[in-house]
Design a protein around this ligand. Structure first.
Ligand code: GLC
Length: 645
């Protein structure tokens, strides 16, 4: 196809005519017509990106036909129970935006041993109101170090230690029966060097060699590395690994055993699309697109967030939706604030991309506010973010399996009179307990002497002061989570936070983990502690009760649905983070959070200006709200959600 381009906006009449009989024949009349209707709808979102990505290299019309054919195969193989779910989700495409959506993320083995084990713990999740379960990487990894499962050796089978594909399907059936969606990681930037594609490449098969980025000598790697940041400078310096069987240097952004795929090759795109379609047919509802910013490389850049990385995700989305219209994409894009919302499709015009993305900025700024006892930086930085498209949503969270990178921009820091570099260093020191007065007991991760950059490891409880026995820790954790639950989006609990679970004291005993202290905040679930969750005399009881109360309150508040808007307010008290949350289906709700050790208050005029003229308590720290003297009063580390009476 000439790269001057077809009319991409035109209905794909020829394609529909060509594929129509097969679609009706294989899917039946009704399903076939639905498939074709979807094809007409998504065609511009697929053909446009594919044309830009591959037009110079291949016949794009033929490529689209082939990929749509793969989607048709998947549609024909899709189990009926999933098609029933698809039907519901096409009727209600905003299903995941509901304020009842509450997320929980964990490693299968650490939470319940196996996938079958997870099925025995669903009552526990139901108690927290969980409707979205993210199980960390569960596909068969390489043997030996596997970066927590992010080095996949086989996308078609489950890690045998966790179970089988049949177990995964049984689990999804149970989850769906309880109204819980399952999110699974798709590691699409790289494979393990043991993956069959990599083995074939190393054995000299040219078709598979083209799946990876290989350079005969250091010329190009050196040229790229002039502008490439290092992800793991301590343990995996550089971004290329010399592999004699490949005859040169292989691109390895992460560890040397994780080989980056070459997405300039349309065969790689096709292979990954088939992987996505298969996972969807096993019952996975949400794919977490691991390391999405890294998919496309460009000389002279940091090789992240390239426009082509977005086009790839857009094309994947359109094509997967043909067969699995309810499938969602979640971007793992831990990037600078101005780069983030594009993963939700907010480009110069909206282009459907991911439905969900981690709100990394909010996470970082919550911890920053805690350390400084000051919410002004958070207010400033969050109000600068472009709003997310209304059909999408954030994942709001406090902790996850990764380290915290202190992504406070120099611009935002300067706006409140701080030095960005110094502030980032302060945060790393504070959370490692290396700052006077800090009761955080985390650790530095990947301290980079060249740049002075350091990240942070540690469970939320450890960072909030539990490990040091800080009496304010319970209130702090609750207030941090009050923001996670009310900022808008899907709140995602990291396993154990609901019990203030601490770090794994044995994390370094495993020699495969000893060099990577992210394992400290990946502890096994403490079910003995969980058994105390209903006893208010215990720490677990207090924390669980408060997290559960946040979840319960949230469920009844349509203002907290995704697809609404969050506006940062500027209270007359720098310790208080304040925002108005609103959704077309509800009146406004104002949330306040006190990031200090003392009582604070805000003028009720702030609430009135935000549309809450007759303030009434919705949910707050002590079950009541003190509105004396024209101000809303917050106890130390307290919070309040306030709406109009
Ligand atoms: C993502 C994962 C991280 C992993 C990396 C490489 O950032 O969250 O744990 O190391 O991708 O796959």
């Amino acid at each position: 196809m000439p790269s001057s381009g077809p009319d991409l906006a035109a209905p794909p009449g020829d394609l529909v005519a060509a594929i129509g009989p097969a679609a009706r024949d294989r899917l039946g009349r009704l399903e076939g017509e639905a498939f074709l209707a979807r094809l007409e709808r998504v065609h511009p979102d697929v053909a446009g990106p594919l044309h830009t990505l591959y037009g110079a290299r291949t016949d794009v019309a033929a490529l689209v036909r082939e990929l749509v054919g793969a989607a048709l195969d998947a549609a024909a193989a899709r189990p009926e129970r999933l098609r029933v779910l698809d039907r519901r989700r096409e009727v209600d495409p905003a299903w995941f935006q509901d304020s009842r959506t509450i997320g929980y993320a964990c490693y299968t083995d650490r939470f319940a041993g196996t996938l079958a084990g997870v099925r025995t713990r669903l009552d526990y999740l139901a108690e927290l109101g969980v409707t979205y379960l993210h199980l960390m990487p569960l596909l068969a990894p390489r043997e030996g170090p596997d970066d927590g499962g992010y080095a996949v050796a086989d996308y078609t089978s489950v890690d045998p230690r966790l179970g089988t594909m049949a177990d995964l399907e049984d689990l999804t059936a149970d989850l769906h029966g309880r109204g819980i969606a399952l999110c699974v990681d798709l590691v699409l930037n790289h494979t393990a060097r043991e993956h069959e594609w990599a083995r074939r490449a190393a054995a000299g098969d040219p078709a598979y060699r083209d799946f990876y980025l290989v350079f005969p000598d250091r010329t190009m790697p050196d040229a790229y590395e002039r502008t490439l940041p290092e992800v793991f400078p301590d343990t995996a310096p550089g971004s290329f690994t010399h592999v004699p069987e490949m005859g040169g240097w292989v691109w390895t952004t992460f560890n040397d055993y994780q080989w980056d795929l070459d997405y300039t090759n349309p065969a790689v795109f096709g292979a990954m699309l088939r992987t996505m379609l298969e996972l969807a047919n096993h019952g996975v509802d949400v794919l977490r697109l691991d390391a999405a910013p890294f998919l496309w490389k460009r000389l002279g850049t940091d090789c992240q967030n390239q426009p082509e990385a977005h086009l790839l995700v857009q094309a994947f989305r359109g094509l997967t939706r043909l067969a699995a219209p309810g499938l969602l994409f979640k971007a793992e894009a831990i990037v600078a604030p101005e780069m983030l919302v594009q993963y939700l499709g907010a480009h110069e015009t909206y282009r459907p991309e991911c439905d969900l993305a981690y709100h990394n900025q909010l996470m970082v700024l919550l911890w920053s506010s805690l350390a400084t006892r000051d919410a002004t930086l958070a207010t400033r930085a969050l109000s600068r973010l472009r709003p997310e498209p209304p059909s999408t949503g954030w994942i709001t969270y406090l902790r996850c399996h990764d380290d915290i990178g202190w992504a406070v921009s120099d611009t935002d820091a300067a706006a409140v009179g701080w030095n960005g570099y110094e502030h980032r260093r302060f945060l790393a020191a504070y959370y490692a307990g290396r700052h006077p007065g800090s009761t955080a007991r985390g650790a530095l991760f990947q301290e980079n002497e060249a740049t002075g950059d350091a990240r942070t490891s540690g469970m939320a409880a450890t960072l909030a002061g539990f490990a040091a026995g800080d009496p304010a820790a319970v209130d702090r954790l609750e207030t941090l989570y009050s923001v996670v639950f009310s900022f808008g989006g899907i709140p995602l609990l990291w396993m154990g936070d609901e019990l203030a679970l601490g770090d794994d004291p044995h994390w370094a005993d495993d020699p495969e983990h000893a060099a990577d202290n992210r394992w400290m905040h990946r502890p096994p679930m403490d079910w003995a502690a969980a058994a105390r969750r209903h006893d208010p005399e215990t720490v677990e009881g207090r924390v669980f009760g408060r997290i559960r109360a946040l979840a319960t309150a949230r469920r009844g508040l349509p203002a907290l649905r995704s697809g609404g808007s969050t506006v940062l307010l500027e209270p007359d008290d720098p310790h208080v983070l304040a925002y108005r949350r609103q959704h077309p289906r509800s009146g406004p709700l104002v949330a306040l959070a006190n990031f200090s050790d003392g009582w604070q208050s805000v003028d009720l005029g702030l609430l009135a200006a935000a549309g809450v003229a007759a303030p009434a308590h919705v949910h707050s720290t002590r079950g009541r709200l003190d509105l004396g003297e024209g101000r809303a009063h917050l106890p130390p580390w307290g919070f309040a959600w306030i709406a109009t009476a």
